[in-house]
Ligand binder design. Structure first.
Ligand code: SF4
Ligand code: SF4
Ligand code: FES
Length: 238
């Protein structure tokens, strides 16, 4: 089957975006957007749908198995992983854009550095040995599956890169750390959690429905809100 990819491109950070289209053919129902982007770039010379020679398409990937999050982009208006987006489900004309909440480096490559800066700001890591309660293994496992892809931030109406709200890409890793820290060490992270996650979240859970890893964001959010905020409020008001 033949498809038309309509790609938003940009030569560099400082250049203006433009649209360029390409025709591709898919042999199987499993052919993904990542596969056809690789196929286009593997040609010695790349031509657009009007026969004009053009630069290779810049985009990122690593695992090609929905495990690393590198290939996150907006496909037909929805943030998702290119290696998980099958052409057969997308119609004959497919629009592809970079995630819009992050600075574009070139074409579909974006700078997601803010995700790591935000985790650094709230100190979302362990500094020494942690006690893992077997009864909480499901929470720890769920929280460890975050790809840091940024799809949840793309869809979130409250997240923007200069803002104080860090979104679910910070909540999910925090959910794991909050569960592992002892009570004394939780205090600092609880404070940061309240400021950068709990206070800014409207709890619409649009992020839950978009997460390509299928993480149970609602469960983690309730668990972390309980540990970081609700328990303290309840105890203070007793
Ligand atoms: S929570 Fe889901 S959507 Fe958000 S960064 Fe992690 S894997 Fe991606
Ligand atoms: S629940 Fe809503 S406001 Fe909170 S992170 Fe998800 S999309 Fe954003
Ligand atoms: S390339 Fe790793 S998730 Fe798509």
């Amino acid at each position: 089957m033949k498809y038309k990819l309509i790609i938003q491109r940009q030569k560099s950070k400082t250049d203006k975006p433009y649209i360029q289209s390409f025709f591709v053919e898919a042999d199987t129902d499993n052919t993904t957007v990542a596969a056809v982007l690789s196929m286009l770039n593997s040609q010695d010379e790349l031509y657009d749908s009007e026969g004009k020679r053009c630069d290779k398409i810049r985009w990122e990937c690593s695992c090609l198995q929905k495990k690393c999050g590198a290939c996150a982009m907006v496909i037909n208006g929805r943030p998702c992983l290119a290696c998980d987006a099958r052409l057969i489900n997308l119609g004959s004309e497919i629009t592809i854009q970079p995630l819009k909440k992050f600075p574009v480096i070139a074409d579909l490559m974006i700078d997601r550095g803010i995700l790591y800066e935000n985790l650094k700001e709230i100190n979302a890591w362990l500094t020494d040995e942690a006690y893992a309660d077997e009864k909480r293994n499901d929470i720890l496992y769920e929280a460890s599956r975050c790809l840091q892809c940024g799809c949840c931030l793309e869809i979130c109406p409250n997240f923007y890169t200069e803002g104080d709200f860090f979104g679910m890409a910070a909540m999910v890793p925090s959910a794991r750390i909050l569960d592992e820290l002892n009570d004394k060490k939780k205090t600092a992270l609880k404070k940061e959690y309240s400021k950068h996650i709990y206070n800014g979240c409207g709890k619409s859970l649009a992020c839950r429905d978009i997460c390509p890893a299928g993480i149970n964001i609602e469960k983690l959010l309730v668990n972390s809100n309980t540990i970081a905020v609700w328990k303290s409020l309840f105890l203070r008001n007793k």
